[in-house]
Design a protein around this ligand. Sequence first.
Ligand SMILES: *Cc1c(COP(=O)(O)O)cnc(C)c1O
Length: 365
Amino acid sequence: MIPFLDLRRQHAALRGELLAAMARVLDSSQFVLGGEGRALEGELAALSGVRHAVGVGSGTDALRLALAAAGVGPGDEVLTPAYSFVASASTIAMLGATPVFVDIDPETFTLDVAAAERALTPRTRAVVPVHLYGHPAAMDRLVALARAHRLLVIEDAAQAVGAAWAGRAVGSWGDAACYSFYPTKNLGACGDGGMVVTDREDLADRVRRLRHHGDGGRYHHVELGYCSRLDELQAAVLRVKLARLAAWTGARRRLAARYRAALADAPLGLPTERSEARHVWHLYAVRHQQRDALAKALADLGVGTSVHYPLPVPGQPVFGGGGERRFPEAWRASRETLCLPCFPELTDAEQDAVVAAARQACERL
Ligand SMILES: *Cc1c(COP(=O)(O)O)cnc(C)c1O
């Protein structure tokens, strides 16, 4: 059986270092808001090409606190892609603002900038592009649109740490950007975690306040806040892993290139990397019109796969369902995409077996 993802391999290789990092935190017994978190914030700000970073409890909270810090609230409309993980939109709604869904560019699975322009109204306040699967949204065009209409840009970079567009890191294009350290992400903790990165000092200060009960200092609570800090154990784990991130991203990029070469003539839609993009291949998503049958055939051949996402966000019951006619590309992506194994520890032999199985499965359909 070839697993879709096997995090045990990563942790077996780093076991000694991870345990030493955890022991360091245990010995210090400072578990919340300490030196590990501050060091990680500095490291991720540098990686993102910005001055500030604030660790929070999850990627979802990174989005919620960044949007709140930017003043998004009731009466505001916020553009966000119809095809993403639910948190890209739910965090907008949690603040009392209205997510306005926008269809995707079918080649990159990211926000269609022309469709975003058509969705503008006088109430549009912000846009939340998602760098889905690790491919950056078309940030030069999106930021130009945002400037022209005075919109905030909050990047959902949960799947794209280390990616870049036009030579500039994701995380540095918007007013702020949000990372997730959910265990399966490219930089994953041993639990939940997230971070807001920004070049705007005002936003960084406010996210820092919001993550800690709106505390302006010394138990003086100047606004309603949240309780959402990145804990020291997770920060220490993440610092061990961050030292490997460049190598892991290189391994993902190599796997994607091998898939592209080996499956070029197979009857599958292969994912692309735009010339401006540095893709970090969080997921390798192929397309097939009989996706479910393909997934089953691959499972029968011993290959694990995964469907991200079987239902677009506006189609989710929490958002009222429906929307297939308005967001045809989101729905098509939800019906057709299947993610193949693509993680740094996947061996060449395993990948060759996935390729052979994919060819065989396509023939059977
Ligand atoms: C994972 C993810 C999030 C949420 O991150 P959590 O850490 O799980 O809260 C948000 N947006 C996208 C696109 C994600 O993939």
